[in-house]
Design a protein. Structure first.
Lengths: 50, 183
């Protein structure tokens, strides 16, 4: 994959970590739209994905 | 940083809490609440549609019932009794949907429509296609609703991630859990 993307393996790993963190935050953001607090949003995500 | 403040995050860009906008409006007519309803309905129509479709044979009829459901929620001002500490939007919606379906099937004639409408933009054929590609589930209807809800939520996050990537000049496609590159 790194070759296909023209990146080093470490750069791909770093990008994947960053994307995962971004996705986690965006998912929390989406959950927050249907709840009223960050704590509720985290509870909602736990209820849906655990 | 207060954990309970929805405006706080490490990015600092949390969007408006749509559920709060709706709850705060209560029974009052409120354009912000109507806009919030339209956004939420647009994001979460599929779990509602799929739940309705279990009981309704015709896709077009199911689509009409979903539209009527969201309209009825506003027309009846159902949220007047809901307070922020009472349950979640997902639970509220599923419970309301069950009452709505029960009520619909009991009616001999369709109620005349009136008042404010929420227009949920979706394609019934696309919805049918999605239903066809779903695995045969032995879960309870409520569990299936939650599973579809989780999928809708994560898809929204993927779409936003893709948009963020493009905005940052990174053109590598982000693939969803389904393996489909979203525009």
């Amino acid at each position: 994959m790194a070759v296909q993307l023209g990146l080093t393996t470490n750069a791909v790993a770093a990008n994947v970590r960053r994307l995962r963190l971004n996705l986690r935050e965006l998912t929390l953001n989406e959950a927050l739209k249907i709840t009223t607090t960050v704590a509720d949003a985290e509870d909602e995500l736990r209820a849906l994905f655990s | 940083m207060s954990k309970d403040n929805p405006k706080n995050s490490c990015r600092g860009v949390f969007e408006t809490t749509l559920w709060s906008v709706i709850l705060n409006a209560g029974s009052k007519e409120n354009t912000a609440a109507l806009a919030a309803w339209e956004k939420l309905a647009a994001n979460y129509w599929f779990p509602v549609y799929a739940h309705v479709r279990r009981s309704v044979a015709c896709p077009e009829q199911a689509k009409d019932m979903v539209q009527e459901f969201f309209t009825t929620l506003i027309r009846r001002q159902s949220l007047a009794k809901v307070t922020p500490d009472k349950g979640r939007f997902r639970t509220f919606l599923l419970t309301s949907l069950k009452y709505f379906l029960s009520d619909q099937f009991d009616r001999a004639a369709a109620a005349k429509r009136g008042g404010e409408h929420v227009t949920v933009s979706f394609d019934a054929m696309e919805a049918e296609e999605r239903c066809r590609h779903e695995p045969l589930a032995e879960d309870s209807p409520d569990k299936q609703f939650d599973r579809r809800w989780a999928a809708a939520l994560i898809e929204r996050a993927f779409v936003q991630l893709q948009a963020d990537q493009l905005a940052a000049g990174r053109n590598h496609p982000v693939r969803t859990a389904e393996g489909i590159s979203r525009p």
